[in-house]
Design a protein around this ligand. Sequence first.
Ligand SMILES: Cc1ncc(COP(=O)(O)O)c(C=O)c1O
Length: 381
Amino acid sequence: MSIYLDNGATSYPKPESVYVSIAEYMRNNGASPGRGNYSRAMEADRLVYMTRKALCKLLCVPRPGQIIFTCNATESINMALKGYLKPGDRVLTTSYEHNAVARPLKMLETDREIKIGLIPSTPDGVSDMEWYQQELSKGVRLVVVAHGSNVIGCVTPLDEIVSAAHRHNTPVLVDAAQTAGVYPVDVTSVPVDMLAFTGHKGLLGPTGTGGLYIREGLELSTLKEGGTGGMSLSPFQPSDPPDRYEAGTMNIFGIAGLNAAVQFLLDTGVEVIREHEIELAQFLMDGLDTVPGVTYYGPSSAKDRLGLVSFNLEGQDPNKVAIKLDRDYEIMVRAGIHCAPQAHHLLGTAPGGALRVSLGYFNQREDIERLIDALREITYS
Ligand SMILES: Cc1ncc(COP(=O)(O)O)c(C=O)c1O
């Protein structure tokens, strides 16, 4: 049986209810939400509302209208950055951001002449908070941080980042692509200003789903305008969220799946998932310690990291190892740069990158035992 260890890219398998829910919605409803007053369209509308509500419960968002549906975290981050930043603005961010953050910022550096400051960080992902506080006092319009790194596996201490930024009235945008669903996210007790998430990773939903939480009182300019199903006589985009940001027909099949996925997470409990991932990550790191020539990166304790570990085997090209793992052992891991070049520069692993094992709720110890056995064989061959 093949073993899937690439949940950081996208989670697999999904809970059974996700498959059932998408198929059922496609087969038995199929209407567009908010686009009709017949019962199936209204049922679709209700499904969208229930999914917003479920996400509110999961992420501790006060009101459903504060969640904007998008097609992934990348779209959410673009919506936030391009909707908020103005020419000449200064932004602080980290050295381990995914290209979903780094590339739109780079684009805005050219297009709007924004200035980007990188918070210095150790290879374990510990940010230099003194530098950060000093820079904030010089005037910063936005802080953008990944909640969890998809390479190093470190978790950003959002409370410290947010409270320091708010002392200078600087809002914080959080990229929760790697944490939503697998690590507690609470936008009420840690009052981030915007939080981007994707539906297909830790949230266990289908690809093509995601969202952006925007705190009350913060208004972005829109990335796109168009039909919303309501206020159709007005030539202007509605001003209130979520309609303000959700032009065009929704991915309602995806939302049907996401709704089932979030329900699964609420029933299971994020703490239970987190505990399972900590246990597996520790088991993985202990196993890697027994393989000669392994160097792994990021925090040394599983409690301080996400359920993913990047590593290299001495003298071996990570891409070739990944191909061997797949071809000879049916084990799927991700090798290379993981769309986060700065993180690999920080680790000193560019340009080849590293192997990344990213665990999920449905992985078991036996999966890791088979991986470790395979790595030992590859090392000795
Ligand atoms: C930290 C991080 N941010 C953003 C993204 C982008 O997510 P998506 O491709 O779903 O937009 C990823 C995906 O790998 C990620 O790991």
